[in-house]
Write a protein that binds this ligand. Structure first.
Ligand SMILES: Nc1ncnc2c1ncn2[C@@H]1O[C@H](COP(=O)(O)OP(=O)(O)O)[C@@H](O)[C@H]1O
Ligand SMILES: [Mg+2]
Length: 235
């Protein structure tokens, strides 16, 4: 579902070149929940940005659902991204002038094809309401982001990431700004959607407790993979 090969990312900083990712290889199969770990500055967010096609590698390739995305023109990339990926940011990134419901519906309005099953505005609204209900926000749908707590805003962002039923959801420290209770709630929702909808999930976290729920932990250090371990299955 996601594969990266010889992925490198360097950035010019004045006269210096900083090597952020130095040759990353892995394949994440459909339905897997992978945690990306590593200390601050190890390259986690850079890697996630490359997986999402929000950034271009210096060399190497990212394949999403069989499509090589790294050097596509922006309009084609936007199409693949819209169809394939839901993204959850640490800082929520809700649109302040839209209600919770409108925020969740937005990717549907921008990217859904009304000719396809589930693509009508009516279907989008039903799906958005259902997701907001599943994250416990049935009474908050018409609230604006400023009227919501951090944990509530993150749950809206989570619902938004899933509204188009993307095969892949990428989340960058989605519990990083939350207290323990809200963090656990967000993790439970992600786990639930991973299991019930078969969504491939890549979660950046430096919390080993969160990561222990993943099927797999990929740990970065200084732009390289330090370890890549699967959770043993009880079979
Ligand atoms: N635009 C940039 N210019 C220079 N250095 C950057 C830039 N973006 C990231 N870095 C550096 O690359 C390293 C990895 O960053 P990042 O991917 O954000 O790490 P993480 O998410 O693991 O904390 C850090 O040392 C960071 O300072
Ligand atoms: Mg980061």
């Amino acid at each position: 579902m996601i594969s990266v090969a010889s992925l490198n990312k360097s950035i010019r900083n004045g006269s210096r070149t900083v090597d952020i990712l130095k040759g990353i290889d892995f394949t994440i199969p459909q339905g897997q929940f992978a945690a990306i770990m590593g200390s601050s500055g190890s390259g986690k967010s850079t890697l996630l940005g490359l997986l999402a096609g929000l950034d271009t590698p210096s060399s190497g390739e990212v394949h999403l659902a069989g499509t090589a995305i790294s050097y596509l023109p922006e309009d084609q990339l936007a199409q693949v991204r819209g169809r394939t990926i839901g993204f959850v940011f640490q800082s929520y990134q809700l649109i302040p002038t839209l209600t919770a419901l409108e925020n969740v519906l937005l990717p549907h309005e921008l990217n859904a094809d009304p000719k396809l099953p589930g693509g009508s505005q009516k279907d989008g609204l039903a799906r958005s309401r259902q997701l907001l209900t599943s994250v416990g926000l049935e009474d908050r749908m018409d609230h604006y982001p400023v009227q919501l707590s951090g944990g509530e805003q993150q749950r809206v962002a989570l619902a938004r990431a899933f509204v188009l039923r993307p095969p892949i959801v990428l989340a960058d420290e989605p519990t990083g700004n939350l207290d323990t209770v809200n963090g656990a709630a967000v993790l439970n929702l992600l786990l639930n959607l991973n299991k019930t909808e078969g969504t491939t999930l890549v979660l950046v976290t430096h919390d080993p407790v969160l990561a222990s729920y993943a099927d797999r932990r990929i740990t970065l250090r200084d732009g390289l993979i330090l370890s890549d371990e699967l959770t043993p299955t009880l079979a």
